[in-house]
Design a protein around this ligand. Sequence first.
Ligand code: ATP
Length: 317
Amino acid sequence: MRIAVLTSGGDAPGMNSAIRAVVRAGLYYGIEVYGVYDGYRGLVAGNFEKMTRKSVSEILSRGGTVLGTARMTSFQQKEVREIAIENLRKEGIEALIVIGGDGSYKGALALNEMGFPTIGVPGTIDNDLGGTDYTIGFHTALATIVDAVDKLRDTASSHQRCSIVETMGRHCGDLAIAAGLSCGAEFIITPEHPMDKEKMIENLKKHKLEGRRNAIIMITENTTNVYELAQEISERSGFACRATVLGYVQRGGSPVAEDRILAGRMGAYAVELIKQGISGVAVGVSHNDLVYMPYEKALDRDRGSMQDLYELIGKIS
Ligand code: ATP
């Protein structure tokens, strides 16, 4: 049997660990694995190559993806996907593993509906897919944010400032909430937990009067203009406030052990499902067990899943 693997959408730390697991599990089960370069673009261009044990040596600890990734809007067109399927069949490839986020899953679902078997593996730092407790990359991005916020707090405290930190997450607040709990942030603003600006400013005034030396506000991207907010807080609360947008540093770096383990388990599991003749599903982890589900279930969420952590922050911050 011959299968292929690609990475698509935004890169995430741990994608390489997942690629390695797919290739090595394939070899273990006597399955040939082809690597597709640059996501769906490589599929349409026929840009793939047979992977060996050696082609995935020494990639486990590297961030990004050795296969490259891309965004290709035209893949939404059926005629473009037909070319991709033709290219796969020409090489005798019988199934495709797609490592990516929700957009990548939509592409994988569309291929499956056209009769080409696919399996999705959740690779995105945003943790915005359904049916899985965690996506590959989330824990590494979280560790990067926590490290940055700890540093920002040192400066905020020295200068008696309030610090706004904008995280990634797209429409999902999980990164901001988990980082907020890890760093003892005073305020968390996410798509699921919108800002009550007046209450926050009142609280900041109180903090200032109590002699607190700093405050951290964690905000998910696409929520508000953090620079304007910092200015308003400075003017109205008496706390000098600075905003930091962490940006792409959150996407890079060597994956932490949690992501390597998750990627290893999920990559191998995807191969095992194909071996059993199962396709048209996405894999996930639920209560530490590997699970699989229809793409529709995985796509049925782009909002946060960490309500319990959010409530805990309310109690202990
Ligand atoms: P991230 O969450 O990290 O941004 P993603 O997988 O959601 O990752 P997208 O850019 O949304 O990233 O999607 C990746 C690619 O999947 C797109 O560039 C496109 O090629 C393909 N894709 C997205 N939506 C569809 C769709 N409705 N039908 C077919 N293909 C799609």
